[in-house]
Ligand binder design. Structure first.
Ligand code: ADP
Ligand code: ZN
Ligand code: ZN
Length: 855
């Protein structure tokens, strides 16, 4: 597609004339563009499109001198921009909006609150299948002809070849150019030609969405209105020579699937061609009958989720207790927009959600069911599928683009009145939301760290609900301090469910004193004698065990026994983790890998040992101790492929695995009938992790993973290995005392003025050099202190990992009061100060990244 500049400028002139003559028919559009640039992008709508451009539709525009981008129309108006001539919209891609008005409002709120650009919100909000492909292409710049005539601009031999190949509306991709010129790197040539204004670079526009199409066969009208004709034909064929028996087979197969006396509508739906091919009928016999006018071929667009659609739907019956909880929630919704359900593990929260979902759907409203990243691929979704069948859309980051586009369109057309999805599903085009459920609302995976927008889906769900006048149900066995505090303050409704379904009991949690075991030398590798004994007994009883270690790999680092040298990453300030299976050292921050050294790079000694342990080592040690036990590991390393996670879950569910060793992945949303032992390692490291939320995280993790033990009549056992069994946090965990934990922790938060008492904004300054990062962060801190007040600004301090991917990170923390503060104004001040800082030439290459409500 080519955009002729001369053509545009002519139109521009005539539009200018119109304005001068006072004709009021000129329209403009503010367009959201996928660029991290401040400001509004206003374009002029060409007269022929003035009736057609709608808010929420995609358009193609020029950005800068030579770039062509797709954006979304945010607003159509008649205010010509001041001091600047607006460029024309080049193309309109949608006659109907792709994004509705409430979505646009929602995007704006997110950009404002999380201090990022609308284009960045658009980038996460739209599935990439709806964003146009950004494969860059190169075209000839028509105005170059005049330029060259005037200035005789010299071209190199290769440049000349490229230009010769571009004339005549021929656009080429970078790859095609590389082949044409037989060069590896095309950028120097591109850059030079851009400088000479001989070419224009634009982004190829093409729709990537491909619906799944099934080829089908049905009877032609002729036969449909008189089905007896088919039997006549069958008889006729039988009388013919042998080679007609194949056509007979086709008709027989058809009648076997759809009997002659089936309703007309069933005949009209036809059969997939594949149904014939499957039973060995060749396409040519089918085509013979199509030629004869018996059958006709047609295409049908099908849902990619059809496989579930044929299962019989199940309904659920709540227990009296659950029924009571649900009515309390409904009652609470009469007064509050948001309700927190504190339901212990095993209380049947999913069942209660299903009941509320059903009632919302019955009112004709949509439901969004948010789940943390990992939990989603599993059991809970199949439970929902069994109840809601084809009405349920699932939105997950592991799905392909096509699948996500299909969910998008399905929500728009209301084919999926209920969606279960991860955090980004808050961006689907709902138009009539009645209820948002945030399951495991405390889960940190609701927060997006990188890239911007650094949003928390739980918190933004409240805004989304507000836009739709919908209700929000936050559910958790271990609510976040923030949500629990809001409930205590009466801002949220609060309901507690503290009975497990079927009178199952909460597990018995025991602490194993590692100091004593170490002194008495009863440890085997990293296993205490109590842990081993429990595993052994459990396996003998044919019960299953889950072991939790919050660290993957074999050992967090290697070290030289002579001089204490530790291999570290070349790009980051961290030690490299040793992975045994692949026999390599890996950086968990940038992915860098190398072979383990045979000898110390510092002193040459060959005495190199591993320090600490990860899931791989636990697995390895257990297999050494008990070779006959079936052990499976579940962590990032064993679940990289699309279905591996599901496979492990299935194997564990059908009991072909005795012991499952894993990271956080084993703590969430899993529900197995035969797990009666959970073992937890290395917990002291988590408790003492330097972050104000470390106690909260530890309490949540321990309670969640413990909840995997014991179901129905069986009481589970949980063993926690610790060197500090007296720690108050662990005491709260063993007595299942969430309230006690909350009281301890909320007092700490208040004392140190942390959330929920304050609001935190973190600002990370990233630079290529350490000195520059420190210097810039120090200057920024001073500037911020000057405008926000000394007490509100802390730092700068090096990030926990000071160097990641060769960037040095310094953090500045801003702590603000919750009330009586104009948050918008504060954010504006912060923005001004960061812009002020980077306008200094020295700091031009810095990246300054704000993170609002960091987790
Ligand atoms: P939670 O999410 O609160 O930990 P679940 O929803 O996973 O609890 O329920 C725990 C177990 O109890 C599941 O196996 C679930 O199927 C079962 N369960 C809960 N309520 C019911 C019910 N009303 N009828 C049948 N099974 C139920
Ligand atoms: Zn050494
Ligand atoms: Zn690294």
């Amino acid at each position: 597609m080519l955009f002729k500049e001369e053509h545009i400028s002519e139109e521009t002139l005539s539009a200018e004339k119109n304005i001068k003559e006072g004709k009021k028919n000129t329209f403009f559009a503010d367009v959201i563009l996928p660029v991290p640039v401040e400001g509004r992008f206003t374009y002029r709508i060409p007269a022929e499109l003035s009736e057609k451009v709608q808010e929420g539709a995609r358009v193609v525009v020029n950005f800068g001198k030579r770039r062509v981008l797709t954006g979304i129309v945010m607003r159509v108006h008649q205010e010509a921009p001041q001091n600047r001539q607006a460029k024309y919209i080049l193309e309109l891609l949608d006659e109907q909006p792709l994004v509705n008005a409430s979505q646009l409002r929602f995007w704006e709120w997110i950009a404002d609150y999380y201090m990022c650009y609308l284009g960045e919100v658009m980038n996460v909000a739209l599935p990439s299948g709806l964003k146009l492909s950004s494969l860059s292409k190169v075209q000839f710049n028509p105005s170059f002809v005049a330029l060259q005539a005037q200035y005789q601009i010299p071209l190199s031999a290769k440049e000349q070849i490229l230009i010769d190949n571009l004339v005549g509306d021929n656009a080429l991709t970078f790859e095609q150019i590389a082949n044409l010129l037989n060069v590896k790197n095309v950028y120097p040539i591109i850059k030079s030609l851009l400088f000479k204004e001989a070419i224009i670079v634009f982004e190829e526009l093409k729709e990537k969405y491909k619906p799944k199409i099934v080829k089908k066969i049905r009877l032609t009208k002729h036969y449909l209105i008189d089905i007896d004709k088919l039997t006549e034909l069958l008889d006729a064929l039988a009388l013919q020579k042998r080679n007609f028996s194949k056509q007979q087979d086709v008709i027989l197969k058809y009648l076997a699937e759809i009997p002659a006396d089936a309703p007309i509508a069933t005949h009209q739906q036809g059969l997939p061609k594949s149904a014939f091919v499957k039973v060995g009928i060749s396409e040519s016999s089918l085509h013979a009958l199509i030629k004869k006018g018996v059958f006709e071929e047609f295409e049908e667009i099908v849902s990619r989720f059809e496989e579930y659609d044929t299962l019989p739907l199940k309904s659920i019956t709540l227990t009296d207790y659950q029924q009571e909880i649900v009515s309390q929630i409904e009652k609470s919704f009469q007064e509050k927009q948001t309700v927190l359900l504190h339901g212990i593990t095993g209380s049947g929260k999913t069942e209660m959600y299903i009941d509320l979902i059903n009632k919302t759907l019955d009112r004709g409203q949509q439901v969004l069911f948010l789940l943390p990243e990992i939990a989603l691929t599993t059991q809970i979704v199949s439970r929902l599928k069994k109840v809601f069948g084809a009405k349920l859309g699932v939105y997950h980051s592991r799905f392909s683009d096509n699948e996500r586009v299909e969910i998008w369109k399905g929500v728009w057309e209301n084919r999926f009145p209920i969606v279960a999805g991860v955090r980004s599903s808050i961006f689907l085009p709902f138009n009539n939301l009645g209820l948002i459920i945030v399951d495991e609302e405390h889960d940190p995976s609701y927060k997006q760290y990188d890239p911007a927008p650094r949003y928390n889906a739980r918190d933004t769900a409240l805004i989304l609900a507000h836009i739709h006048q919908a209700k929000v149900l936050l559910g958790s066995a271990t609510p976040s301090l923030e949500s629990y505090y809001q409930a205590q303050q009466g801002k949220y409704g609060f309901i507690k469910a503290d009975k497990r379904f079927g009178d199952a009991q909460l597990p018995e949690i025991q602490l194993v004193n590692m100091s004593i075991e170490r002194k008495q030398k009863t440890l085997k590798y990293n296993f205490s004698s109590l842990m081993l004994q429990a595993i052994e007994e459990n396996v003998q009883k044919k019960e299953q065990t889950i072991l939790f270690q919050n660290r993957r790999g074999f050992a967090p680092h290697l070290t030289c026994q002579e001089c204490s040298w530790i291999p570290t990453c070349i790009n980051c300030a961290v030690s490299l983790t040793f992975h045994l299976a692949s026999n390599e050292l890996r950086c968990h921050y940038c992915g860098y890998r190398e072979s383990p050294p045979a000898s110390c790079l510092n002193c040459g000694s060959t005495k190199i040992k591993t320090v600490g342990f990860g899931t791989e080592k636990i697995e390895d040690e257990l297999k050494l101790i008990y070779p006959e036990i079936v052990v499976q590991r579940m962590d990032l390393d064993t679940t990289r492929s699309k279905y591996s996670y599901q496979t492990i879950i299935d194997d564990f569910a059908n009991q072909s695995i005795d012991v499952l060793v894993g990271t956080q992945m084993v703590t969430k949303g899993l529900d197995f009938d035969h797990v009666s032992l959970v073992g937890i390692f290395d917990i002291d490291r988590l408790i003492h992790f330097p972050d104000f939320r470390s106690h909260e995280r530890t309490f949540q993790l321990l309670t969640q993973v413990s909840g995997r033990a014991g179901r129905k009549d069986k009481k589970g056992i949980v063993l926690i290995q610790t060197a500090k069994p007296q720690h108050p946090l662990l005491q709260r965990v063993i007595s299942h005392d969430y309230e006690g934990f909350y009281q301890d922790e909320i007092a700490e938060r208040e004392k140190h003025f942390y959330p929920p008492f304050s609001r935190v904004i973190n600002i990370t300054v990233k630079a290529d050099e350490q000195s520059l990062s420190i210097e810039a962060a120090t200057e920024l801190t001073q500037k911020l202190k000057a405008v926000l007040g000394e007490g509100r600004v802390l730092g700068p301090v090096p990030a926990l990992i000071e160097k990641i991917r060769n960037q040095y990170l310094q953090n500045v923390m801003i702590k603000l009061e919750r009330d009586k503060i104009n948050l918008k104004a504060v954010k504006q001040l912060i923005k001004e100060q960061t812009i002020g800082l980077t306008s200094n030439r020295r700091y031009k290459t810095l990246h300054i990244v704000p993170d609002v409500d960091p987790m």
